[in-house]
Design a protein around this ligand. Structure first.
Ligand code: FAD
Ligand code: NDP
Length: 593
């Protein structure tokens, strides 16, 4: 490469720029040139570079570039034949998420680069992130009404019929308890305190309405096309979308993300769909549910039972087998004990066999039959809340036409790093097989997937040590392994469990029952007592657990916990002072200070 004439140099520069998607004119000793090349390498973007200081005609090339671009310095970067600039310009394009779309501009082979099916936690996060890289993105979201006709707006389960209304109703119950606690603290109020369900529902729904609106605005601001329509695959690059008036449109896309979430399951017993409700209906129920039977014994059932009892309703939980399957069973039983002491009744080891309506009304009177001790019994309630699990929304969306592999037992999608067996079809959130069904998980997976799809990232979603909290009256926060799982994984002798009961300071003056406040750390002795499980049962457990999840992500050991100075007086500080091991059998009765 040693053209001598000006024409030769002009031709050479033009050929390099036009025949290489990314062309970097560089100098071998220039640190900024190295940085820019490293950036493209880290983003897995192929580039061509020439070191002009090593060429006999380097000065002529530099002169030509200065003529063309007004820039004499290197690196001098061109993408797709267009001048980008130097190192600062290239890094700015990267930081502002413009670089990837310059490298691979949208093609017009399909209507969209990405269509996301489902506008819930995962789908909204993924679509907004993808659009921020200059991609053409659409989201289809459609809510099929529940059997009793409840429907809602954009945002999916969490916002409309999950985390948000649930936590607000949990807060309602906490406030009720605080009113009781207030008198010993000197508050005097004479009037009888009552709770108004309709006011609560109005307040909660008002907040949800503002969130629905906020999501629509956010999609518009990010130029994501929102289709309030039910999407169904026609082939691997096409979906048909049907809106609520039955109007059909077709969208084609290079890639798809399925983020359709789950909906409550009903048992196959007479009266279930006619007379019971689910969490899809509870948070907007126009009338107070009255005496309630919650069927099921996991997150949804226990949380709803907790706040309904907290607003003063008569509540029973029907348990098929154990409480909170998959969670630390020692803690699960403590939750049950606490709820039982605080007015929630449990009917164990049985399931409903049929439901009859005895009296119409709002609420009606229902009779729920079940078997116990070999004989048929019944309980009369006003509301039956079915919380027996959730079915993945993966049927009726044409996945069979595309060939996406599902777990036949539960309908969840098999995927590796969120990619299904069909190369351009991805899945995130609750519908993923074997992953935690939680909002922040869906959001994180969606954002990271969009970055891998369109921004050259290779960061995967880390599904290990995901913290969670069950918002029962006494909250249960945990991160990592349940004690029984830690024993199974590491062997009983390799596990040290540090534990304590405790008395939250706030409970003292109010004379609250702290008998069930409990915390434990599970450590792997074979690995410097690395903390592999953290569990806390008590007030604000969600807030306590979040920070410790960061510590566990950093690989914290018991020694790290011990050498951390606590914040006094808090509940959370107890994790910095745990000394009693379960193995020792020593007393862990609540200590005050
Ligand atoms: P979703 O949020 O369910 O969104 C899916 C969307 O896709 C829905 O809007 C659906 O209508 C739509 N859709 C389905 N099929 C189609 C189609 N063919 N075309 C168009 N649109 C379609 N998680 C927590 O982290 N913390 C909590 O405290 C918590 N509390 C919860 C309480 C309850 C009562 C429930 C039920 C769940 C709770 N969760 C909680 C779980 C959390 O809500 C879910 O993990 C999260 O919403 C999953 O997000 P997603 O994006 O996978 O699906
Ligand atoms: P789960 O699948 O976790 O639990 C279902 C419960 O219903 C179990 O107790 C199960 O009992 C019982 N059950 C199943 N079938 C029957 C039946 N035919 N009759 C009676 N009981 C039955 O479902 P959830 O709906 O509670 O929760 C779904 C997901 O939502 C959770 O995994 C969680 O990730 C998420 N969520 C998160 C929350 C949070 O973060 N705070 C709150 C609420 C939900 P058995 O043990 O015998 O199978």
């Amino acid at each position: 490469m040693a053209p001598t004439t000006t024409t030769d140099v002009n031709k050479l520069v033009a050929t390099l720029i036009n025949s290489n998607n990314v062309m970097i004119f560089s100098k071998s000793f220039c640190p900024f040139c190295t940085k820019v090349k490293d950036l493209f390498t880290s983003l897995k973007i192929a580039y061509k570079s020439i070191e002009i200081d090593k060429l006999g005609n380097g000065k002529e090339i530099q002169d030509k570039l200065a003529d063309m671009t007004g820039q004499r310095t290197v690196p001098n970067v061109f993408i797709g034949g267009k001048h980008v600039g130097g190192a600062d310009d290239t890094f700015a394009a990267h930081t502002e998420n413009r670089l990837m779309s310059m490298v691979s501009p949208p093609t017009d082979k399909y209507d969209f680069d990405l269509v996301v099916i489902g506008g819930g936690s995962g789908g909204l996060a993924a679509s907004k992130e993808a659009a921020s890289f200059g991609k053409k993105v659409a989201v289809c979201d459609f809510v099929k009404p529940s059997p009793i006709g409840t429907s809602w707006g954009l945002g999916g389960t969490c916002v409309n019929v999950g985390c948000i209304p649930k936590k607000l109703m949990h807060q309602t119950a906490i406030l009720g308890q605080s009113i009781k606690d207030a008198r010993p603290y000197g508050w005097e109020f004479s009037e009888e305190v009552t709770h108004n369900w309709a006011t609560l529902v109005a307040g909660v729904q008002d907040h949800i309405g503002s969130l629905n609106w906020g999501y629509r605005v956010a999609l518009r601001d990010k130029s994501v096309k929102y289709q309030n329509a039910y999407a169904e695959f026609v082939d691997a690059h096409t979906v048909k979308c049907i809106n609520r008036r039955g109007k059909e449109t077709t969208l084609t896309s290079d890639k798809f993300i399925i983020a359709t979430g789950m909906r409550p399951r009903y048992p196959n017993i007479p009266g279930a769909k006619e007379f019971s409700i689910t969490s899809d209906d509870l948070f907007s129920l126009a009338h107070c549910p009255g005496k309630t039977l919650c069927v099921g014994a996991s997150y949804v059932s226990l949380e709803c039972a907790g706040f309904l009892a907290g607003v003063g309703l008569n509540v029973t939980v029907m348990v098929r087998s154990i409480l909170l399957r998959g969670f630390d069973q020692d803690i699960a039983e403590r939750i049950g004990t606490h709820m039982e002491k605080h007015s929630v009744r449990f009917i164990r080891k049985t399931v409903p066999t049929r439901i009859e309506r005895i009296k119409e009304g709002s609420p009606p009177t229902l009779r729920v039959f079940y078997n116990e001790g070999g004989s048929e019994k019944y309980i009369e309630v006003n509301t039956v809340l079915m919380a027996i699990g959730r079915d993945a929304c993966t049927s009726g969306i044409g996945l069979e036409k595309v060939g996406v592999k599902l777990n036949e037992k539960n309908g969840q999608v098999f995927a590796t790093n969120e990619q299904t067996n069909i190369p351009n079809v991805y899945a995130i959130g609750d519908i993923l097989e074997g992953k935690p069904e939680l909002t922040p998980v869906a959001i994180n997976a969606g954002i990271l997937l969009a970055r891998r799809m369109f921004a050259g990232s290779n960061t995967q979603c880390d599904y290990v040590n995901v913290p969670t909290t069950v918002f029962t009256p006494l909250e249960y926060g945990c991160c990592g392994l349940a004690e029984e799982d830690a024993i199974k994984l590491y062997g009983e002798n390799n596990i040290e469990v540090y534990h304590t009961k405790y008395m939250p300071l706030e409970y003292t003056v109010a004379k609250r029952d702290a008998a069930d406040c409990y915390a434990k750390l599970i450590c792997n002795k074979a690995d410097q007592e690395r903390v592999v499980g953290l569990h806390i049962l008590g007030p604000n457990a969600g807030e306590v657990t979040q920070g410790y999840a960061v510590a566990m992500k950093c690989g914290a050991t018991k020694q790290h916990f011990d050498s951390t100075i606590g914040i006094h007086p808090t509940v959370s500080e107890l994790f910095t002072t745990l000394t009693v091991t379960k193995r020792s059998g020593e007393d862990v009765e609540a200590q005050g200070c």
